[in-house]
Design a protein around this ligand. Structure first.
Ligand code: NAP
Length: 506
């Protein structure tokens, strides 16, 4: 059993608010998820709020909870503007209110005379914390050695500039006794989610929804990524992209693992540099990963093999890591377009107009042409349109002819109409002469283009359908069994609708 208990007790909820009332509300919420909670006293706006919160805590001491008090000064990266003495005062008040642990930053310890820490009636256990909010802390085995006898555990938190650095931090911490490793920042997020598996004594997650890139909320850490339950047998998957924070793929794939009770996890990798990621992939034990912008083409150079169609399209969105570590690529965007459209339209001999000539348009054009459809391309750069039309045996359609032409389906593969520009449409109502309009965009779920089409009683297909279909195809490729489609659909639609509700409420 670890210092803080086992299982979910190793997830530490971070309670941080400016008022005593909100702190109390967050603490009650946190304790429904985990018994281990950090109380960020430095976040409280003023001393009167700290006093009020700690006196509430004294009266409402939660049973069986392990509370860790922090009153980090600005010098150590916290919000507390007071002196070292004032910090120690609030930590001793926290001890009286029932906190078993306190976090003391190295900047404070340096100011205290040696061997006198225990004279301050602090909480019984001390966690020495070393933060570097701009880079990695020095990973020196002598770190904190001066205070080892006086503290119970050490926390190393550093901004990971590369994925390799985040792995280095986990490895280093695993070699120390009673150490908490916190790779910070969005690049460090996958390592942060695997920290408990790699031996970190705790993993932190805020109760309130994550406010900074690289944080995941308590809810996600426990229920989506199941950080406390990951072990050596967990199969690891992920998605690489830049940006990646708003990807719905972790929700999609983890929901499926949970529904099928599979010991696997899917992590979001912010990848600025493909080589950095590929070098670290074996450290994560990755079995496969999804590829999104801007790496769909560039990844091809790093694959040992790929299916013929991906080579023809020139883009890969799915990679399987084989047992010998070699990488095999394929393209399920292709499958996504087909599955989403063929439910509504017999594709052979149909006429389909594609707007745009970028990556998604390319996958759609190859998919439709292989399915026997006639492919028509309309793009603002005529060269790009001509090149794609030639590659799939299709035709170029100039924009000005759209008012007089009709198609079976029109497919938008440009980003026009994507949030936050959701009030615009790539086509005017007078240019929509077809039976079906499909938009590849899924933020918003119903774009302006789809609304215009519906008003003309044209059937519509949202980009969500393609997103779901490509993700389901990926999952089945990795897991070699049928995916729980209903759970995946429900999770993604609920998240998208919740996002839209939040955007539209003031
Ligand atoms: P891309 O490679 O950047 O291609 C975008 C295409 O749209 C290019 O042809 C571009 O023309 C054109 N375009 C961009 N802005 C335009 C404008 N203002 N006016 C006219 N044309 C414009 O992007 P992509 O990967 O193909 O993605 C396209 C859309 O599909 C995105 O909205 C993406 O979210 C969506 N998508 C959805 C899924 C899904 O699962 N539902 C999957 C993949 C993509 P230029 O080359 O001249 O810039």
């Amino acid at each position: 059993m670890g210092l803080f208990g086992k299982g979910v007790a190793r997830i530490c909820a971070v309670v941080a608010a400016s008022s005593a009332r909100e702190m109390a509300a967050q603490l009650r919420h946190a304790l429904r998820e985990t018994p281990t909670v950090e109380l960020r006293l430095d976040w409280l706006a003023k001393d009167s709020e700290r006093r009020s919160f700690l006196s509430w805590l004294r009266r409402n001491r939660p049973r069986r909870a392990v509370l860790l008090a922090t009153c980090r000064r600005r010098q150590g990266g916290g919000l507390f503007a007071g002196s070292v003495q004032a910090e120690l005062h609030w930590l001793s008040q926290a001890a009286e209110a029932g906190c078993l642990w306190c976090d003391l930053e190295i900047e404070t310890l340096r100011k205290l005379p040696r061997n006198l820490i225990r004279h301050h009636s602090l909480p019984r256990h001390i966690l020495l914390s070393v933060h570097d909010f701009r880079r990695m802390p020095p990973l020196n085995p002598a770190i904190g050695a001066r205070w080892r006898d006086e503290v119970d555990a050490i926390k190393l938190a550093g901004e990971a500039p590369t994925i390799a650095d985040s792995v280095r931090l986990l490895r280093f911490a695993a070699g120390l006794r009673d150490c908490v490793a916190v790779p910070m920042g969005e690049v460090g997020l996958p390592a942060r989610l695997l920290a408990l598996r790699e031996g970190s004594a705790l993993a932190y997650a805020p109760v309130a929804s994550a406010t900074a890139p690289g944080q995941v909320s308590l809810q996600e850490m426990k229920h989506l990524y199941r950080a406390h339950a990951l072990n050596r047998h967990t199969q690891v998957f992920g998605v690489i992209g830049d940006p990646i924070a708003h990807s719905l793929s972790p929700l999609l794939h983890n929901t499926a693992f949970i529904a099928r009770k599979i010991n696997a996890v899917y992590l979001p990798f912010l990848v600025h540099n493909l080589r950095d990621f590929l070098k670290s992939a074996p450290d994560f034990g990755l079995r496969g990963f999804s590829v999104t912008l801007p790496h769909k083409q560039a990844i091809l150079r790093h694959l040992q093999d790929c299916d013929a169609l991906s080579a023809e399209i020139g883009a890969v969105n799915t990679v399987v890591v084989r047992r010998d570590g070699s990488l095999y690529g394929c393209n399920t965007d292709y499958v996504g377009v087909l599955r989403a459209l063929e439910k509504k339209l017999p594709l052979p001999k149909s006429r389909v107009l594609i707007l745009g000539a970028g990556g998604a348009a390319r996958a759609a054009a190859f998919a439709l042409s292989r399915a026997g459809a006639g492919v028509y391309i309309c793009a603002r750069r005529e060269n790009a349109a001509r090149e794609l039309a030639r590659a799939v045996g299709g035709e170029v359609v100039p924009r000005h002819t759209l008012r007089t032409q009709s198609f079976d389906a029109i497919l938008n593969a440009t980003p026009i109409g994507m949030y936050p520009h959701s009030a615009i449409s790539p086509l005017a109502p007078g240019e929509l002469h077809c039976r079906i309009v499909m938009d590849l965009i899924y933020r918003p779920e119903r774009t302006k283009l789809l609304k215009l089409a519906a008003r003309k009683r044209i059937a519509t297909v949202s980009g969500v359908e393609m997103f779901l279909a490509q993700g389901i195809a990926q999952w089945e490729l990795w897991m070699k069994r049928s995916a729980p489609e209903r759970s995946m659909r429900r999770a993604v639609l609920t998240a998208l609708r919740e996002e839209e509700r939040r955007r539209s409420s003031p």
